[in-house]
Write a protein that binds this ligand. Structure first.
Ligand code: LLP
Length: 421
């Protein structure tokens, strides 16, 4: 991110805030986000979509902290949600429910009812059984549920298998072979109003081609569905655009959007409203996780040195879960200790609890390290494993810094628990 810079004093700054100072003031582990970086990421999408009927629905699972949602809501964004809890967060942050799309394979009747009452823009329905249930729930409330079918175009997004969702054989969406029949069924249901079509092929995608392949298949379907007299107002092309963690070179959001629009226009669909559901690409590089070095532990096994820090897999799950690479750099450079190769690990009792392997660093106990590109799927995936309170969060802009989430307190962790007798 251009907002993250090492200055002449050897210290790392997010906007005009020195990260080591924020760590001292707020403690570690600490998530820090740049408001300007989030706004810049958003405007790359917005400018490419200017002059088009469109709605950006921030996939809030990437980072659902209220102040982050507030920023996007104030910028006019909608939200892609996957639970009733996420809907409540949108409302608490001042978001507009009429700009919310509701995705996910397992929406409960209660969540459906809640979303209907709130007046969400669209349900992205992922199965026939869900469609029938939604129709019943809507009828019971004397409403019709606006629906897109999430179709599975069976294209390879060429990303990690755990975050690839557009191939047949994974649980997401309705196969494009079945989709036409399911649309016919949807159009016949009393509680359903068909409004669009949706697809999402995966996450951390670094090429344009899989998007274009999916788009072609979706447009084929749009034409087939409309030939049956079922009108599709909008086209939701999902999220999934990757970011640079190390040496990935994903297309910029505006390049991706331009390529999509060109294909949409070429096939005569330029009049349709375009929805997108980006998550990671709006927030990923706008966040870092700060952590303090607790102990250095050179190991007997040749070449293995452990740098034990106070952040762990419960704070940032991506390395443990996907073997994801996240860059790790010191907040203040030092020249008084030699550079060594460290495995950066947390205090959690699992061998999988590592944040970075074989990282070349000059560190001492008490130093603060920054784990980069941690704005997406960091805090939102954090847990309390090992009864570890979740980290605090700070938002910066220029010289200003706001604590947007206080560090969790231990007593909060078992406040809902009961002893017996
Ligand atoms: N829309 C739908 C229906 C999704 O399932 C997702 C992400 C998105 C949009 C946003 O995708 P994005 O633009 O953020 O790639 N925890 C994993 C990523 C899981 C993504 C799940 N779905 C990770 O840390 O890499």
């Amino acid at each position: 991110s251009p907002f993250l810079q090492r200055r002449a004093d050897g210290r790392l700054y997010f906007e005009d805030c020195a990260l080591d100072e924020l760590a001292r003031e707020h403690g570690t582990p600490l998530y820090v986000y740049s408001r300007s970086a989030m706004r810049a990421a958003l405007s790359a999408y917005e400018s490419a979509l200017a002059g088009r009927a469109h709605l950006l629905c921030y996939a809030m699972k990437a980072n659902s902290s209220l102040a982050v949602l507030q920023l996007f809501a104030q910028a006019g964004c909608g939200f892609d949600i996957v639970s009733g809890g996420e809907l409540q967060r949108v409302l608490a942050a001042g978001g507009d429910p009429a700009k919310v799309v509701f995705s996910g394979v397992g929406k409960t009747p209660a969540e459906m009812g809640q979303a209907l009452q709130a007046g969400v823009r669209c349900f992205n329905v992922e199965s026939e059984a869900e469609l029938d249930k939604l129709s019943q729930v809507a009828r019971a409330l004397d409403r019709r549920a606006p629906v897109s079918l999430r179709v599975n175009p069976d294209v390879d997004a060429k990303t990690h298998p755990y975050i690839s969702t557009g191939l047949k054989g994974n649980k997401f969406g309705i196969s494009h072979q079945r989709a036409l029949d399911v649309y016919r069924h949807a159009a016949s249901l009393p509680g359903i109003e068909v409004v669009g079509i949706d697809c999402h092929i995966g996450s951390q995608i670094t090429e344009i081609d899989p998007y274009l392949d999916a788009l072609e298949r979706v447009l084929d379907l749009v034409e087939a569905v409309e030939a049956q007299g079922i009108r599709l107002h909008h086209l939701d092309l999902g999220g999934g655009l990757g970011i640079t963690y190390t040496d990935e070179a994903p297309p910029a959001p505006d390049a991706l959007v331009a390529a999509l629009l060109e294909r949409i226009d070429a096939r005569g669909h330029g009049h349709r409203e375009i929805l997108l559901e980006p998550g990671r690409s709006l927030v990923g590089n706008a966040g870092v996780l700060l952590t303090e070095v607790q102990y250095l532990k050179p190991s007997e096994v040749e070449g293995k040195h452990f740098c034990i820090v106070d952040a762990a897999m419960n704070d940032l799950m991506r390395p443990a879960m996907y073997e994801a690479y996240m860059a790790i750099v010191p907040c203040a450079e030092r020249a008084d200790v030699p550079v060594e190769t460290w495995d950066v690990v947390g205090p959690v009792c699992e061998s999988g609890d590592w944040l970075g392997r074989e990282r070349v660093l000059a560190v001492r106990e008490g130093d603060v390290l920054a784990i980069l590109s941690a704005g997406a799927y960091g805090m939102s995936m954090a847990s309390n494993y090992n009864t570890r309170p979740r980290a605090a969060e700070v938002m910066v802009e220029g010289r200003s810094a706001w604590c947007i989430r206080e560090r969790e307190k231990i007593e909060d962790l078992f406040a809902g628990e009961r002893l017996i007798g």
